[in-house]
Design a protein around this ligand. Structure first.
Ligand code: ZN
Length: 868
């Protein structure tokens, strides 16, 4: 017995010794893993390394678990680490369930909410590095996680993690993070070290990836939105950024005026509480140069952190002063602007200047991130109960000026786009109902099938902000003085941008409603084999997608010159008339499945006035100056299946022996919104205010299309090519061509005319090819846009004004001063020269792939029928 016991003991201790490492694995530090400390000068961990490090920590610590939250545009897996105590980790679903209950006070009594706030754990989301060059937070994330799980945080992590569930996304933009590190590594040690890349750091959007948080065009925005409003429901969210180099070292909230309407005051107070605690913790540890209440406003810009406010989530932003990616910079004290040199109440401890390094950014960000976790812990019950309280307010409290509901009528010019809008709204968490019967609201009759968005719902601030018209406050430098511009857009109203009719309803009404679980698309029937022709309505955006596909299949297509009436249908001028062949038959089920577009059938088309439509070879110009509008144009093209070739500067140049012949290769060439000097020369003019921010690129990316490119474009138009210029690219045409149009507001002062990104009313001639399918009156996004004068042409020129600003009442949403300056000016002009055309689109017709309501100006330019 004795001997047996001894043996047992011996083998047990052997087993323990053997298993011990599995229980007590030492956690690898980022420094040991990477071979350098995060934030070391000229050293960067790329996304693969960051992901691998988090995976290692997941294996080594029971306090950290990785979740895949989606994938990037280039199909990289996006990860999020959950960091909390071991006990909480085992009950994550329970805690997610608790916050889900707290979000809906319709099914939770106040007393129960109090209990749940006690039982629950506060959830804090930290998102990093959405702007890929603002790279410090992606490096910081590793050290932050390591310090939390190993108890090296500046607080009792054991205790704190028992009450807080931390979610950290080390980069919201993995594609860009990898691009930036690759580019940095390629040029480190050369004169291009730390300089910008020639392309966008998000495939389609570049920096605009932080303007996508209501449209959800990008898979990255969708992945994080799912975390925020569907799967994890954090109460607190911070998005960590970087800003310019010479001002404050760090911005933390509170934000400055103006606030976006409908935000619960408790939310702004909570934002201030978290932000001020960060500033306090930094000050306590001797960090200088922290500012609050400046530069960043409480107005919504469609960004990641501020979309949280509209969902009753405490949304915060941090902005560190940048270095050159990972290269340190030296700032002379004299280079610091006065407002960041002097002490102020919002800025009590100025930074004196000197060396500034990536590690400084990592240090500040570590302190502020830990501070936020600590604040969440200290006010845990409050944050959870406030969460409930704010939703209760959204549902129950009707404040002065609140609407009762919004109605999206069942009958729409472009029904598939209306459904797309509903789908986007639902993804953002908006509850939508469908009417099961006809009804009357505010004196107007609506058919059964219309959609109702009630103001009373948990995400009321968000639903209202998207559906109503914005009125940006008239803020001036001094009474009667020049306007203080908003940070970005002043107006964004989704139905106006998307060309969907939507009515604001003031008074309560009754109707039988059914809550939508998902957007139900209709399934129109495919055309019968026996029909000779089929017809696609020009008012519907996806009809253009179908037309592009069928042109590729060599289908015989016409565009109608007038509206066409048939049995049970009525379509507008410019509709697509397609000969029904076996190939066309074959294509249609897939279209209907993808786009749900209605198809009409016709047998006799002899009486229909029409023009043939040929296949078009489309080129889209891409400069080496990472132009976001070019990216969004590509997005729209890819979304609708528009075939195109990307053109670079070299594509506009011939050889010594032979001039370039653009018409031999392309029928349509598109220039997205861009400074004409960048297009022509690859750099801004020396007098431009952007000139000082211009940094050189490696020689292969220098220059523009040059004089030679301009000459080639002239020949292209003469020979029958269609040149399309969007917004500021039109100014290239005014400079280089003798076109009978000019920008009437070139150089006009802000005090006379001012319109920061807003939606303006335009009148459209929808009987002319570029206006086909548009309503007579539409909303157009005006963002550093144009208002054109045209005149009676001479020689071989002609012009047709397609869209213009009306005489008065121009503003639909946002802010506009001096409307008379642009009243009765042209917004879209179709000019003709010899055999070709130049289409001048002076507004942002595909702005951020959001303004679906004006896509048709561009699409019509690509599908211009054979007129003569
Ligand atoms: Zn940023």
């Amino acid at each position: 017995m004795r001997g047996e016991k001894k043996l047992l003991r011996a083998s047990l201790s052997f087993l323990l010794l053997f298993l011990l490492p599995y229980f007590l694995v030492a956690q690898t530090s980022p420094e040991d893993f990477l071979g350098f400390k995060a934030g070391t000068d000229r050293k960067l961990a790329d996304y693969n390394q960051i992901k691998a490090y988090f995976e290692k920590l997941d294996q080594e610590s029971a306090k950290l678990k990785i979740f895949n939250i989606g994938h990037s545009t280039k199909k990289k897996t996006m990860i999020m680490a959950v960091i909390t105590s071991e006990q909480n980790m085992a009950k994550l679903d329970t805690y997610r369930e608790i916050v889900k209950k707290l979000r809906d006070p319709r099914t939770l009594a106040l007393e129960d909410a109090k209990k749940l706030a006690k039982q629950g754990k506060v959830i804090v989301l930290i998102t990093c590095n959405i702007h890929a060059t603002e790279i410090a937070s992606s490096q910081m994330a590793m050290e932050f996680a390591y310090k939390l799980v190993t108890g090296k945080a500046p607080f009792d992590a054991e205790k704190v993690l028992n009450d807080v569930i931390v979610l950290i996304v080390p980069t919201t933009n993995p594609d860009g993070q990898k691009m930036v590190t690759d580019w940095y590594r390629t040029y480190v040690g050369t004169k291009y070290e730390g300089g910008r890349m020639p392309w966008l750091y998000q495939h389609y959007s570049g920096h605009d990836n932080n303007r996508d948080w209501f449209m959800f065009n990008l898979p990255e925005s969708r992945a994080v939105t799912k975390v925020l409003y569907h799967d994890w429901l954090p109460q607190i969210h911070i998005d960590e950024h970087q800003m310019g180099s010479t001002g404050a070292r760090l911005f933390v909230p509170p934000f400055m005026d103006p606030p976006v309407p409908n935000i619960h005051p408790l939310l702004w107070r909570s934002v201030a509480l978290c932000g001020m605690n960060m500033a306090y913790d930094l000050e306590k540890q001797g960090f200088k140069g922290v500012v609050h209440g400046r530069s960043y406003t409480g107005w919504w810009i469609g960004a990641c952190d501020d979309t949280s406010w509209l969902h009753n989530v405490v949304g915060l932003l941090s902005e560190m002063a940048s270095v050159k990616v990972a290269t340190p910079i030296y700032i002379e004290p004299t280079e610091i602007p006065q407002s960041y040199y002097e002490k102020r109440m919002q800025f009590p401890n100025p930074w004196p200047g000197g060396w500034w390094r990536l590690r400084d950014l990592v240090d500040y960000e570590l302190v502020l991130s830990f501070s936020l976790v600590k604040t969440a812990y200290l006010h845990k019950e409050d944050f959870l109960f406030n969460f409930y309280q704010m939703y209760k307010n959204s549902i129950e409290k009707i404040e002065k000026g609140d609407p009762f509901a919004f109605v999206i009528p069942g009958k729409q010019g472009d029904y598939p786009t209306a459904l797309r809008m509903l789908k986007i709204l639902m993804f953002g968490g908006v509850e939508i109902h469908q009417a099961k019967e006809d009804f009357i609201a505010d004196g107007k009759a609506y058919p059964a099938g219309s959609f109702v968005v009630k103001a009373s719902q948990p995400y009321k601030p968000y639903a209202v902000a998207l559906l109503e018209k914005q009125k940006y406050p008239d803020i001036r430098q001094y009474p009667g003085g020049p306007p203080i511009p908003p940070y970005d857009n002043a107006g964004w109203t989704l139905p106006l941008q998307m060309g969907v009719s939507c009515d604001r309803i003031e008074h309560p009404f009754k109707v039988k409603l059914e809550k939508l679980e998902k957007v139900a698309y209709p399934s129109p029937e495919a055309p019968k084999e026996s029909s000779k022709y089929i017809l696609l309505d020009s008012r519907i955006n996806v009809s253009y997608g179908a037309a592009f596909f069928l042109l590729k299949e060599k289908a015989e297509i016409y565009r109608t010159r007038e509206k066409v009436k048939g049995e049970g249908f009525k379509v507008k001028a410019g509709s697509f008339l397609i000969k029904n062949t076996p190939q066309v038959q074959k294509a249609f089920p897939a279209f209907i499945e993808k786009w749900h577009l209605p198809v009409y059938e016709l047998d006799d088309i002899t009486d229909i006035s029409k023009s043939p439509l040929n296949n078009k070879r489309i080129g889209l110009y891409q400069s080496w100056r990472s132009n976001m509008d070019e990216g969004w144009t590509r997005y729209v093209f890819d979304d609708l299946g528009v075939p195109y070739i990307t053109l670079h500067n070299k594509d506009f140049k011939g050889t010594k022996k032979k001039k370039i012949n653009l018409k031999a290769k392309y029928d349509v060439i598109v220039f997205a919104d861009e400074d004409p000097d960048i297009i022509k020369l690859g750099k801004p003019s020396p007098t431009s205010r952007w000139a000082r921010y211009f940094t050189p690129l490696p020689p292969e990316y220098e220059g523009g299309i040059g004089k030679e490119g301009i000459e080639a474009l002239k020949v292209f138009v003469e020979q029958g090519g269609i040149l399309v210029t969007l917004n500021n690219a039109c100014r290239l045409i005014f400079k280089e061509f003798k076109v009978p149009a000019r920008n009437a507001i070139e150089g006009v002062e802000r005090s006379k005319f001012f319109c920061p990104t807003s939606i303006l009313r335009i009148n459209v001639d929808n009987k002319t090819p570029i206006g086909y399918g548009m309503p007579r009156e539409a909303g157009a996004v005006f963002a550093r846009s144009l208002a054109m004068d045209t005149w009676v042409p001479s020689g071989e020129w002609d012009r047709k004004v397609v869209a213009s600003f009306p005489e008065d009442d121009l503003l639909l949403s946002g802010w506009l001063l001096g409307e008379k300056t642009i009243a009765r000016k042209a917004a879209v002009v179709d000019t003709k020269y010899k055999k070709g055309r130049i289409i001048l689109i002076g507004i942002r017709c595909q702005h951020r792939a959001q303004s679906h309501g004006t896509y048709k100006f561009l699409l019509n330019a690509l599908l211009y029928p054979q007129i003569d």
